[in-house]
Ligand binder design. Sequence first.
Ligand SMILES: [Zn+2]
Length: 334
Amino acid sequence: MLKSQNKQKNQNLKNLHNGVRFISKCSVHLLLCALLVMYMVVPVSATEVSQTEPLRFTKSVNALTAGKTYQFRVNTTDSVKWSVGNEKIAVVNKNGKVRAKRYGKTHVYATCNGEKIAVLLQVKGKKIVGIDPGHQQRGDSSTEPNGPGSSTYKAKVAGGTRGVSTGKAEYKLTLEIAKKLKTELWNRGYQVVMTRTKHDVNISNKERAQLINESGASICVRIHADGGPSSARGATALCPSSSNRYISKLYKKSKKLSDEILSAYCASTGLRNRGISYRDDLTGTNWSTVPTTLLELGFMTNATEDRYMSSETGQKAMVQGLANGIDRYFGYKK
Ligand SMILES: [Zn+2]
């Protein structure tokens, strides 16, 4: 009884072993089959995409406007590294969203699995601002009509005033400020057109207005500094009146431009606000076909203001104020 029981036990164990061996054999086969299927379906198709189809943009833009964002895409679901050539012109996030910042050219790059592709971006400004730095190295006393069809003739370019403390000529101060304003406006996303970038030029007031009219600029900002008695101080905006015979249709916009620039300028600098002076005798104003203002930055004949306007801190505040006023005119800043 004991012997036959043991025999039975041994037989059972044998059967169990065979069963296990059979199951493990099947598992190996199943595993091999599964691997074969996976190899045929998954890796093969992935290999095919990267081998036969090069990385390319499926969504991109070449002409952008400062201040706006654009979605870029490429033909892969793999992880892509996005970058730009010049982060002052535009920036891109990790999802390919490009934000145009300021006027200029740069590239956007997409890198994936060692492949790098690029698109050239041309960013235009959100608006074009015309700046006329008043006067030039030598005035021009020959004359030109002070408005379209006018029989009144005035000197093409007057000489300008001079700093009583610094000895600096007005044409130098106006270009210093204009150049700094140009940089500031660029950084705020504008395009800027300047009537001059040097002192040694001869461009009449009529020609300056025409240059800006034809540039596509939305506004014209004329920069000057005042002269008078030594006690006179503060800033003034010169604006065409509602009855100006040449540009009365631009009166409202020119008034708004004058108001915004003058108040932002005085707020930033702390200089006295002398208000708007309505002037219909200014050649550079009368020939304009876009809203225009002429800002007298302050008095160069007042020693304190003269020094302030040539100081680093003074010029910084002046430029910030001018740019703030332009931002407010266009509604970019409250
Ligand atoms: Zn002047």
